[in-house]
Design a protein around this ligand. Sequence first.
Ligand SMILES: C[S@@+](CC[C@H](N)C(=O)[O-])C[C@H]1O[C@@H](n2cnc3c(N)ncnc32)[C@H](O)[C@@H]1O
Length: 247
Amino acid sequence: MTGAFPHSLPTPGPICGFPCATDTVTVAPTTGQERVITANRQTSWAFADAFVAEEDALRWARDRAREAGLPSVSPGTGAALRLLAAAAGAKAVAEIGTGTGVSGVYLLQGMRADGVLTTVDQEPERQQFAREAFRAAGFAANRARFIPGRALDVLPRLADGGYDLVFCDGDRLESLDYLAESLRLLRPGGLVCFEGVFADGRTVDSAAQPGEVLRVRELLRTVRESQELLPSLLPVGDGLLCAVRRG
Ligand SMILES: C[S@@+](CC[C@H](N)C(=O)[O-])C[C@H]1O[C@@H](n2cnc3c(N)ncnc32)[C@H](O)[C@@H]1O
């Protein structure tokens, strides 16, 4: 991760606690005890992320993603999603960005036994891999509804307040639209989660960043300031932003 979070951050202001386009970031040289703490923290993060062993179906889906050059959620992120789905007693989950099904398997594992995962991806051939992964993981075909198409075309067709959890892992440039749609889709007390909000460290990096990173920063600010949401940014994988829609 770029920078030595949180030492590299400017004093959090009322709007953002991470660099805006104009913020400067001074990375303090790490010496002695501080360097030990930083190294330990990174080792601890790696340990936490690898804490959950993955079964064959997940490894198979992950291999298909790797072959396609596609990122998948890390084991730590998958385990967090599974935990959240289980804690929420999720019966209806919507996913943006099926990929080859890694996150979908974790979500299904956490959901109620009669729950249905509605998963959207603009690449139907990836959804075929996910379908196989779900079957290999032991889920009946009726546990997942695959919808091919662009997220912003599909989401408006899904039912208002009909979902316990919405997981967003599609196009970062569309993050704010996904948030607006999620607020409509979630029941009160439901959860929205965004994968990859660290953007490989670029979110807290003061160097010039592409539009997708600026959009992620906007998402973080919006979620943090929303009166409708109770947020938490989980430092698993590439950063999992989660928020509960207040009842
Ligand atoms: C990072 S991958 C998802 C990985 C998956 N969640 C997992 O962990 O296995 C992102 C997926 O989003 C899909 N995607 C990107 N932009 C999209 C959009 N606008 N609408 C629907 N799907 C989109 C891509 O085709 C890709 O399969």
